[in-house]
Design a protein around this ligand. Structure first.
Ligand SMILES: NC(=O)C1=CN([C@@H]2O[C@H](COP(=O)(O)OP(=O)(O)OC[C@H]3O[C@@H](n4cnc5c(N)ncnc54)[C@H](O)[C@@H]3O)[C@@H](O)[C@H]2O)C=CC1
Ligand SMILES: CC(C)CC(=O)C(=O)O
Ligand SMILES: [Mg+2]
Length: 373
């Protein structure tokens, strides 16, 4: 692959967002160095930090910078001062939701892998999860998160859930195409026994399925799916679902990988794509060096793939595997001998720079760090 120049807009956001993004940038810098590419980074406000600075959780400047970039790397948004104030009129989450809507990011793709090196740390039965390789296609710009919401005269509250055929069709095609290139199995997760929107999802998916005869289709109610995804995850290949169900089952699925800090995602649609860890701003960890940066780093790998840099993406994934295999883990995965956010990021970056563990060890000794306790 020839040397490329790409503009990457960084939206670090709040809480641990900036810490994990810094490690992903370090890794992308190592990739650029190793392959002779040039990644031009610009940083922009989103979320609570944007409200503090401008009063707006998604300033126009940020949106314009996303549109002018080749790809966006997003950290996380959210702050307890809003979470604990149900009456707040402006909220960090509105910035994220509006960004997704404005950029037309209708599909959020969340791959889930059971890492061999982490099986021993899993609260799940390792013989049940070993070999899991599934991908969740979560609809991202429709459903209950985007429907009308409000309070009524009698003090009750409502959130409306709507889906159009087009909203279902476009993500269903992406999910079927993915399934066709994988193990030819797609599971629609819904609540069609109760919800009219879910019945429309089934109807539309059934119609589209006829265009992909090689793909076997299952239908599963979300409550059942929530149980099966952790008891028998190997049965799944591509899981297709609406916005809120996908949000919930993917956090649950992170237990298969081992941590919320391990699941990356790609949000794609009509315009520029955004790459984001599935986790939030984990405010309790802010500034402590305990956040796992691998979800952000693996999101950067998805970004590289999206830019057509497949070998580079593969090298990042190999480096992450190497970190896991060598137990270079943040405390949620190894409480007895943990590494910091920065050390995990440096390990991955050093491994990419030279693909040589010796160099990491040399660096590690040079800066006088081993573990944080
Ligand atoms: N995409 C985004 O920006 C998202 C933002 N949020 C916002 O984040 C804030 C906190 O929400 P929570 O419900 O606490 O979700 P969260 O995802 O921030 O954290 C939930 C739990 O997951 C674990 N965790 C998350 N990220 C981790 C990491 N990198 N390394 C290790 N462990 C990690 C921690 O145990 C944490 O307590 C809220 O304001 C919420 O609205 C929540 C989810 C997604
Ligand atoms: C604002 C929320 C919808 C963010 C979230 O939980 C997610 O996208 O996973
Ligand atoms: Mg979520």
């Amino acid at each position: 692959m020839d040397m490329v120049t790409k503009k990457i807009a960084l939206l670090p956001g709040d809480g641990i967002g900036p810490e994990v993004c810094r490690q992903a940038v370090k890794v992308l810098d190592a990739v650029a160095e190793r392959f002779g590419h040039r990644f031009e980074f610009t940083s922009h406000l989103v979320g609570a930090c944007a409200i503090d600075a401008t009063g707006n959780p998604l300033p126009d400047e940020t949106l314009a910078a996303c549109r002018a970039s080749d790809a966006v790397l997003f950290g996380a948004i959210g702050d307890p001062k809003y979470d604990n104030d149900p009456t707040a009129k402006v909220r960090p989450e509105q910035g994220l939701l509006r960004m997704r809507k404005e950029l037309g990011l209708f599909a959020n793709i969340r791959p889930v892998t059971a890492y061999k090196a982490l099986l021993k740390h899993s609260p799940l039965k390792s013989d049940r999860i070993e070999g899991t390789d599934l991908v969740i296609f979560r609809e991202l710009t429709g459903g209950i998160y985007f429907g009308g919401k409000g309070r009524m005269a009698d003090g009750s509250a409502y959130d409306h859930c709507t889906y159009s055929r087009v909203e279902i069709e476009r993500i269903a095609h992406l999910a079927f195409q993915s399934a066709a290139g994988r193990r030819q199995h797609l599971t629609l997760v819904d609540k069609a026994n109760v919800l009219e929107t879910s019945r429309l999802w089934r109807e539309v998916v059934r119609e589209i399925a006829s265009q992909y005869p090689e793909v076997e289709v299952d239908y599963l109610f979300v409550d059942n799916a929530a149980m099966q995804i952790i008891t028998n995850p190997r049965q799944f290949d591509v899981m297709l679902t609406e916005n809120m169900f996908g949000d919930i089952i993917s956090d649950e699925a992170s237990v298969i990988a081992g941590s919320m800090g391990l699941l990356p995602s790609a949000s794609v649609g009509a315009e520029v794509a955004v790459f984001e860890p599935i986790h939030g701003s984990y405010p309790q960890a802010k500034g402590k060096g305990i956040a796992n940066p691998l979800a952000a780093i693996l999101s950067a790998a998805m970004l590289l793939e999206h830019l057509g840099l497949a070998a580079e993406a593969e090298l990042v994934r190999e480096a992450v595997d190497e970190a896991l295999t060598n137990q270079i883990l943040t405390p949620e995965l190894n409480a007895t001998a943990p590494y910091t956010t920065e050390q995990v990021g440096s390990y991955v970056a050093f491994w990419i720079a030279d693909s040589n563990e010796q160099q990491w060890n040399a660096h590690n000794i040079a800066v006088g760090v081993s573990t944080i306790i």
